[in-house]
Design a protein around this ligand. Sequence first.
Ligand code: NAP
Ligand code: COA
Length: 269
Amino acid sequence: MNFAGQTVIVIGGTSGINRGIAEAFAASGAKLAVASRSQEKVDDTVAALKAAGAQDAIGAAFDVRDPDAVAAGLKQFHDAYGDFDVLVSGAAGNFPALASEMSVNAFKTVIDIDLMGTIHVMKGAYPFLKRPGASIINISAPQSYLPYEGQAHVCAAKAGVDQITRTLSMEWGVEGIRVNSVVPGFIEGTEGAKRLAPTPDAGEALRRDVPLGRWGQPQDVANACLFLSSDLASYISGTVLAVDGALYQRGSGKFGQMMGEMLRSMKKG
Ligand code: NAP
Ligand code: COA
């Protein structure tokens, strides 16, 4: 994969899976821009992307819940680089909580970051996307189509993200812009996985639910993003691509139930 000369924007690209995606594009010679709330994480990532081989790397700190800040940050990237070849939107927040125990604001917080954040990022980037040829990838989650106890907020948000993907693949497809979602399975060592499986037992239950029998790695997800943004995928748009070791085929399984049981026992205790 060679992305030399191409501009790749990764929102929420300063840790975990999304940073792995940014590093993979950097290693293939792209110009990178990353954003998240923490200026410190942005600065650290920009330095790492340059070291990984990026043609250039810049960053900005903003919260995807603020549409004006998102639009201003994306304009700053456009001023520096010109039109965007690739946009990855992956900022998200998650915590396990039963719906009955969650405040309205807790539910809304995840909707605001994951779902509203996605549309803020896509609309903010819209004027700056290369036409034809841009590739947008929304980072979704298995919760989009699998119900997990303790994840009503995330399930609702990520299902919405994938419906945005499908709808805008039509609305923006006529302008030559491709829109896809990538659904990581459970990816080892990441914040999201630690929050859902905080103990070794929970981690093992999770791994057992994966037919391929192993945790995913950030590189597994990055490989899918490189492919979807390459010419090899020039006729692929509107897809929701699971990179999950076939997790989906087993459903949310014992793990989804276990999380509910754990949260109910915490409630009693
Ligand atoms: P992570 O390391 O916590 O990454 C989240 C990123 O988003 C960070 O860069 C964070 O940086 C940024 N962010 C969070 N809230 C933000 C906000 N309001 N505005 C702007 N940036 C914000 O998480 P991860 O586990 O790697 O997850 C990355 C993506 O993969 C998410 O979309 C998640 O839903 C998805 N996913 C993860 C897994 C998994 O196993 N981990 C599985 C399926 C799907 P700041 O803190 O600096 O804002
Ligand atoms: N259980 C129940 N409610 C919780 C909670 C938990 N574990 N964690 C936060 N909340 C609630 C808060 O109580 C608050 O509701 P309230 O105002 O009614 O009290 C609401 O959620 C917002 O919390 P706050 O801490 O103010 O939000 P924030 O904007 O500072 O942070 C989060 C957003 C909560 C999503 C935070 O965990 C975060 O920044 N996450 C990013 C990293 C991440 O989640 N990575 C994994 C991605 S898959």
